[in-house]
Design a protein around this ligand. Structure first.
Ligand code: NI
Length: 227
């Protein structure tokens, strides 16, 4: 299941992020790549342990945890400190799969990567190419969102970033461990929650069947969640 979450950051926040990142030092993106992905990765990153990445990353996490759609789709247990990358002309990231486990030296955090996230920080008309391509059972999907929007996709999928042929593509990317490990279970819970939100709008929060369905939602989380 891929889920796009619009307006995680406002345009004003994106402008502020871009201003801060514009004054930062960038390094070769292969510093955080695994052995296979280092062979196919050509981009730049903010140093993951640097102040700029850490401070902007904390702002991303605050925005995520205040976003009901993100929380409903991801059911996050632990969110890895967000990283930031930049693709100039000719940069790309060939087909790869993300490492199953990621550790953060600064915090000691270690997570199983259930979901991968890309938060776009450039507008689509600022660059050509640079689409994120995610493969799943139904084929491959190209994603290029407005600045401030993000896409969540299973970290188990093969994915790539097409070469940028004009301009610069800036994004934040990170992983999270979900309380609900199984993608299928997570998808069912998300669909149920979406239906409950729709019924709540139609019938009101106090309607007996809405209350009953909300109970089922929480009982499924109780059944599947690891906390
Ligand atoms: Ni990746």
């Amino acid at each position: 299941m891929m889920v796009c979450v619009p307006q995680v950051l406002s345009k004003a926040e994106v402008t502020e992020f871009r201003r801060v990142m514009g004054g930062a030092e960038w390094e070769d993106g292969r510093s955080t790549a695994g052995a296979q992905s280092a062979m196919v990765k050509r981009n730049e990153q903010l140093p993951p342990a640097g102040d700029t990445a850490r401070q902007l990353g904390e702002r991303v996490i605050r925005a995520l945890t205040a976003n009901p759609l993100f929380m409903s789709a991801a059911i996050p247990l632990r969110i890895f400190p967000p990283l930031f990358n930049r693709y100039g002309e000719g940069h790309h990231f060939g087909v790869h799969v993300d490492n199953a486990i990621r550790g953060d030296h600064l915090t000691g955090m270690r997570i199983r990567t259930d979901l991968s996230v890309t938060l776009f920080l450039s507008e689509p008309d600022e660059y050509d190419g640079g689409e994120l391509v995610v493969e799943d059972y139904y084929g491959s999907h190209e994603v290029k969102l407005e600045a401030g929007d993000l896409v969540l996709y299973p970290a188990t999928s093969l994915h790539m970033v097409h070469p940028v042929t004009r301009g610069v593509r800036i994004a934040s990317f990170f992983w999270l461990q979900s309380m609900v490990r199984e993608a299928h279970a997570r998808s069912l819970i998300y669909d149920l929650d979406t239906s409950i939100q729709g019924l709540t709008r139609e019938l009101g929060r106090d309607h007996a069947e809405v209350v009953r369905l909300s109970g089922i939602y929480h009982n499924l989380i109780r059944h599947w969640a690891e906390v």
